[in-house]
Write a protein that binds this ligand. Structure first.
Ligand SMILES: O=C([O-])CC(=O)C(=O)O
Ligand SMILES: [Mg+2]
Length: 659
């Protein structure tokens, strides 16, 4: 059988280069309805970095950034025409896949490809094409599969049913995680179908909280590498390392350095579980095709002594590199990424420690398409929850008083986005809007008398007030209507804290955002019981429904998983080249608008995850619309119906027919 396959997947004799080129050309022939746009990938705007203010850097902005990015976008849409989108429906009769798939594959137009003669045996071991028992009789004949499979032929639906049946037999969450990872490595389409069809049940396994435990034990459960590992040893060679990755058409990279994995601290190289998990959600929840997703872990060592002593640890056995050594490696990575994948690749920073997260975002926002999920994604999802909570508590955002426990990435990120939204709604300066927002860190309430010793990202929150040393005293002094936990420290919303919130408010809004479950500031049960069922509660990690005095309370999950998949899709489908604060606000509003009356009746401030693909399409459309409005989109012309367009761009995990 002749197959087009990637260089790293050679199995059998290669055919001649000329023949390969002919086949490859016909494979990548453009269907007539493919849309064109003018894109000059070389247009860089590094020089636009100048003038970035560190204070506003978490959401690098605004007027200057917008102008710069719009100029870059204009420059980017001026020369060499390239294919910018392929829709499945436009592909019929167009280019054919490796195995003669009769619908377009998600990896269409990926280059470079090498032709090889693959055996059926190889096909069964290729996760992107394997269908297991679902190979039809004809396919078994055509692709050298006879005898390699038992006689039965089953549908993908039956495979899903069977997988769920055996999955449910595992009682231990980590075993469930391993079973799903094995499936992802063996049959990618089945994995995504399973995840999409059973999202509520499987999310806590491939993602928070189980992924946290998986990272802690990554070394001992390690079977096959996932993602790309870039360590200090690869310094000077990062471009080569990126070229080793088999997929070439990368659209989203999730990168971590493992220093602050969820609320679990420094897990070094074992943080890889996080980019892998986040990108699974990019595909399952946001419809970004798996081959366009690249998980990366930058290994600069770890300060986790237990891991350094652990014989199964998979990373560099040294303490973390810092300062120039660290920033040089990161800079080489960011430069290489843009060089190899172009201006429109989205780099999502994930679970970096505060001291690097803010600086990296500030440094690269003006020149790259970057997004920090912990600062911006979490901010956007929480703002959405607050917008919808207003339906239950009344008033506008400006009427409320917010108190945070935790003044790191999530805390200050959320605080700033709330302030931006208030400022937009009330047409007051953002400094004014910040006045109703208070933050507590490990040293107590952030007040102006502490200003000198504060890290730069905390300074905007240092208001005039006498010193307050702990959370409970801050609750009593500030009298917030909304309490938000983002400190990574578990069980810090004590009975007294929740009871005080309930004594101050008819319906206290309490968000316990820290992950995983062990780090949650309080449980759903505690929030509902201690507030006599009056709390409007949501948490970063999932909690089951709670019965209290004969009533059932279903907590919402205020997790950035609602935002980043749709947000990323919106950036990709519009060809956005920068992230702008207004896109985050647009995403929040789009998510809040998806909460139904029925959800509100149950006290929910987020819609259920069951409909997440529809929700993601709406978020994507809102983000793309904003990109077009701001002049930051390069995919032209703008599609008329962005929601429909987002839906049409989404990856489908259904098997293709191989002719
Ligand atoms: O991964 C999650 O569940 C949310 C998140 O970004 C974090 O806690 O760092
Ligand atoms: Mg995170």
């Amino acid at each position: 059988m002749i197959s087009l396959t990637q260089t790293s997947f050679l199995n059998g004799a290669c055919i001649s280069r000329a023949h390969a080129r002919r086949l490859s050309d016909s494979r990548t022939r453009r269907p007539s309805s493919v849309k064109m746009a003018a894109v000059n990938s070389s247009s860089s705007s590094d020089h636009h970095r100048a003038g970035q203010d560190k204070k506003s850097a978490f959401m690098a902005d605004s007027a200057a950034m917008r102008e710069n990015a719009a100029a870059a976008a204009a420059a980017a849409s001026s020369s060499t025409p390239v294919v910018v989108e392929e829709k499945e429906s436009t592909m019929a009769g167009g280019a054919r896949d490796v195995y003669g798939e009769d619908a377009a594959t998600e990896d269409q137009f990926v280059t470079p490809w090498t032709l090889s003669v693959a055996s059926g045996y190889t096909l069964l071991r290729d996760p992107n094409h394997n269908k297991g028992l679902a190979f039809t009789e004809k396919e078994r004949d055509a692709h050298y599969l006879r005898g390699l499979l038992p006689p039965t032929v089953v549908s993908q639906e039956l495979q899903v049913k069977k997988m769920m049946h055996s999955f449910r037999k595992y009682q231990v969450p980590l075993q469930r995680y391993m079973a799903l990872m094995e499936l992802q490595e063996g049959n990618s389409k089945l994995f995504y179908k399973l995840l999409i069809d059973n999202v509520e049940e499987l999310l806590p396994v491939v993602y928070t909280p189980t992924v946290g435990e998986a990272c802690q034990k990554y070394g001992s459960i390690f079977r096959r590498p996932q993602g790309l590992f870039i360590s200090l040893r690869e310094k000077g060679k990062i471009l080569e390392v990126l070229r080793n990755w088999p997929e070439k058409n990368i659209q989203v990279i999730v990168v971590t350095d493992g220093e602050r994995i969820l609320g679990l601290g420094d897990l070094g190289c074992q943080g890889m579980g996080i980019p892998v998990g986040k990108l699974s959600l990019y595909t399952a929840l946001g419809g970004v095709r798996p081959s366009a997703c690249l998980p990366v872990t930058i290994d600069v060592g770890t300060n986790n002594d237990e891991l350094l002593k652990d014989e199964f640890y998979i990373g560099l056995r040294q303490r973390r590199a810092t300062g120039q050594e660290y920033s040089e490696l990161l800079h080489e990575f960011m430069t290489a990424v843009k060089q190899i994948y172009g201006e429109k690749v989205l780099v999502q920073f994930e679970d970096f420690a505060n001291h690097n997260a803010f600086d990296l975002l500030a440094k690269y926002s003006p020149t790259h398409l970057v997004f920090n999920d912990d600062i911006q994604g979490t901010a956007s999802v929480v703002l959405a929850g607050l917008i919808s909570a207003l339906k239950l508590v009344g008033g506008s955002l400006a009427d409320h008083k917010f108190l945070f426990l935790g003044a790191g990435e999530a805390g200050t990120g959320i605080a700033e986005l709330i302030a931006l939204e208030i400022s937009k709604q009330t047409k007051t300066p953002v400094e004014e809007a910040r006045k109703n927002i208070w933050l507590v860190d490990s040293k107590g309430l952030i007040v102006s008398s502490r200003k000198e010793s504060l890290q730069h990202f905390k300074k905007p929150w240092a208001h005039e007030h006498e010193p307050v040393r702990n959370l409970i005293d801050a609750v009593k002094a500030i009298k917030p209507t909304v309490l938000i936990g983002s400190s990574g420290a578990g069980r810090t919303f004590t009975k007294e804290v929740v009871e005080t919130m309930a004594s101050l408010n008819k319906r206290p809004v309490i968000l316990a955002l820290s992950n995983p479950t062990s780090q949650s500031e309080c449980t759903a049960e505690q929030a509902y019981t201690w507030s006599q069922g009056r709390a409007i509660f949501a948490s970063g990690s999932p909690f089951p429904a709670v019965e209290f005095e004969g009533k059932t309370f279903t907590p919402g999950q205020a997790n950035n998983a609602y935002i980043f998949p749709g947000f990323g899709l919106g950036l990709i489908m519009s060809g956005a080249i920068r992230v702008h604060d207004d896109m985050l606000l647009a995403a929040s509003e789009a998510l809040a608008s998806q909460v139904t009356e029925e959800n509100y009746k149950k006290g929910l401030i987020y819609p259920p995850f069951t409909n997440i693909r529809k929700i993601s399409a709406r978020i994507a459309a809102a983000v793309a619309a904003k990109a077009y409005e701001l002049g930051m989109a390069t995919r032209l012309p703008q599609p008329q119906d962005l929601v429909k367009y987002a839906e049409s761009c989404m990856y489908s995990p259904s098997y293709r027919n191989y002719r």
